[in-house]
Design a protein around this ligand. Structure first.
Ligand SMILES: [Zn+2]
Length: 291
C-alpha cells in the first residue's frame, strides 16, 4: 500500500513524460536568405542546410528567401533533396532586399516581380504560396499592393505566409472574396505580439482556412518545454489548424536548427499521438497535397 501511495505521490510531483514525438516534421517557415549562402557558398551552403534538415527528420519545407534565388537554388537541387527525402514547397518572397520590408504593400514593382516569378516557377514545380511578408503597422494591410496580392493569391490557389498582428488578419481576409472564407492564410508565429489565446480562438472560428504557424509564439511553451495549458487546449480544439516552423531568418537560427526541432518534438510528444502527427506533419502535407 505504501508503495502505491509513494508511486501516486511521485506521479503527481513529476508526471510521467511521454517520449518526444519521433515522426516526420513539416517546417512551414523556412528562409534560405542571401546571407546564409551568399549566392555561392556562404556559411550555410546547400549541403549544410540539407544535412540539418535531414538529420532532424524534416521531410518537407515551405521555402522562401530574400531574394528568391535561395528558394530557386533549393528547388533546383533535385538530386540532393531527393536523397534527403525532402519535398520543397516554394513560396515567392516579396523582398528583393531589406528595404522592401517597409514598402512592399504599396510598391507596384513588387507586384510585377511576383507575377514574373510566378510565371517562371521553380525546378521543384510551380510556386505554392507568397510570403513571408511583414506588416509592422496593420493599417498597411490596406495598401494597394497588399490588396492586389491577396486577390492574386486567392485566384491562383496560393497560400499566404503573413507576419502580421490579429487586426491585420481581419484586414487581409477582407480583401479576399467571401470575406476570406477560402483564403489559405498561414499566420506566421500565430501573432508574434502574443494576442491572447481567446483572440486566436476567435479568428480560427471566423476563418475556416486560417492556419497558425508556431515559431516565436509568446506564451506557447511553459514548464519543461511543454505546451502552456491554454495552448494545449487550442491545439486540441483545432488539431487541423496549426503548423511548426523554424523561421531561419538569420544565420543563427540555422546554427540552432537542431535545438528548435528538438523543442518542437518535446511538446509534440506530450499531445495525443494523432494530434501530434497532424501538427508536426499532416496539416502541412494536406495544405499542399503531399502524400
Ligand atoms: Zn520569418
Amino acid at each position: 500500500m505504501w508503495a502505491t501511495v509513494a508511486m501516486v505521490a511521485a506521479s503527481l510531483v513529476s508526471p510521467a513524460h511521454a517520449t518526444d514525438y519521433a515522426g516526420p516534421l513539416f517546417d512551414a517557415h523556412l528562409h534560405y536568405n542571401e546571407e546564409a549562402w551568399n549566392g555561392t557558398t556562404g556559411p550555410h551552403p546547400l549541403r549544410d542546410v540539407l544535412d540539418r534538415i535531414q538529420r532532424n527528420g524534416v521531410r518537407a519545407v515551405i521555402a522562401n528567401s530574400r531574394p528568391n534565388d535561395g528558394t530557386r537554388a533549393l528547388a533546383a537541387a533535385r538530386a540532393q533533396t531527393q536523397a534527403a527525402a525532402l519535398t520543397v514547397v516554394p513560396f515567392i518572397r516579396l523582398y528583393r532586399n531589406r528595404a522592401d520590408y517597409d514598402s512592399w504593400f504599396r510598391d507596384e514593382s513588387i507586384y510585377e516581380m511576383v507575377q514574373t516569378e510566378f510565371a517562371r516557377g521553380t525546378a521543384a514545380g510551380p510556386y505554392r504560396g507568397i510570403g513571408e511578408f511583414h506588416l509592422y503597422d496593420s493599417a498597411n494591410a490596406n495598401g494597394p499592393v497588399a490588396r492586389k496580392l491577396v486577390q492574386f493569391a486567392e485566384r491562383n490557389n496560393l497560400a499566404v505566409l503573413a507576419h502580421v498582428d490579429d487586426v491585420a488578419v481581419d484586414l487581409l481576409m477582407a480583401h479576399a472574396p467571401q470575406g476570406g472564407a477560402n483564403l489559405r492564410l498561414i499566420w506566421a508565429h500565430t501573432g508574434i505580439g502574443g494576442p491572447a489565446a481567446a483572440r486566436v480562438d476567435e479568428l480560427m472560428r471566423r476563418y475556416p482556412r486560417l492556419m497558425g504557424e508556431l515559431s516565436y509564439r509568446p506564451g506557447l511553451a511553459c514548464e519543461d518545454g511543454l505546451l502552456c495549458p491554454e495552448w494545449r487546449v487550442l491545439l486540441l480544439k483545432y488539431p487541423d489548424r496549426f503548423l511548426v516552423g523554424s523561421d531561419t531568418w538569420v544565420n543563427q537560427r540555422w546554427l540552432y536548427y537542431d535545438d528548435l526541432m528538438r523543442g518542437y518534438r518535446r511538446w509534440l510528444g506530450d499531445l495525443p499521438a494523432d494530434v501530434a502527427r497532424r501538427v508536426a506533419w499532416s496539416n502541412g502535407a494536406a495544405l499542399f497535397g503531399l502524400p
